[in-house]
Unconditional design. Sequence first.
Length: 339
Amino acid sequence: MKTFNERFSALSMRRRYEVWFLRVGLGDGSGAWWLRYLLMHPGRGGCASDPQGQPVQVWATWFPREGKPETWIQGFPLESFRSKNEHLNGVGSSGAGSNKQRLSNAGLSERGASPFFMEAGENRFGENGCRGRIEAAGQRISWDLRYRSTFRAELSSKGWIGFSRTPHSDAVFSGEIALNDRSFRGEPLGYGMQGHNCGYRHRHFWTWTHVHFPGARGRGSTFEALAYEMPLGMMSRTAVLWHDGEKYTFRKFSESVRDSRQLSWKLECGDARGARLEVRVSGRERFVHRLPYVKTNCSGRFEVANDSLALARIVLHLPGRAPTELTTDSGAVLEMVGS
């Protein structure tokens, strides 16, 4: 069965990014972890002109409840994993080489294969678990996590242009994360989501949020929304609510507030069945994380604003029922690019 994590990128692609990531909100509310496994421009060995342009990267970001977030990134050459049955022109980190080579060590599942896995050094990402160990800026970060969920969603699918998928939308995480000598451990450890995005290029303008409201007996609610620019001045907007075991999909919504400096987003959604949502997601003004991403044409970097401990309030209106209010002061992630 397809799981939404299957690899799209061929290792010969010269311009393509693909990323698998987790947002883990600790169960005690003390912070959140953002873990990211990135494959970028494998056919030309990443962006050789940028120190942050390695073709394989593993990211770890810690969002403490009170304090500034920190990100650590470790890069790897493409040889750090290899696929059994693909051919690649120039597998070196510099993109050198002209003869097609057969790669033999199974550190990466086949393109389109399920279950998916990738492995680079001591870092491995799979369908229901991941582990990692990186050292960057004098810090040591390691993790060994398992995750389970009952719901998945696809917010955007444009074929070769790109997609945004959430294989684990109401994820429950167990295991351990360590930052130097400090350890975060639990059964469960926390709640959040696991995502999978891919594209020819990053959008110049986007807003994305995911909110997880954990519930008893694993019946939590989640909300996810994505808006981004398209050609000819058009916008793509999709939102999905999972609540009481039912999925609500909103193909369009209106935004009354979008503030990239304060990191605040307010929107209203409606569907043909009469369901209506009022949504407000707000970052913590003092602790918004602004991180440079490498442009997909390797011409420089752009800023991504993210708070993975954002606040959210959602009110669901259904015909003939009293409104349902869902709130969280740490269960949301909000991300924006462009003003």
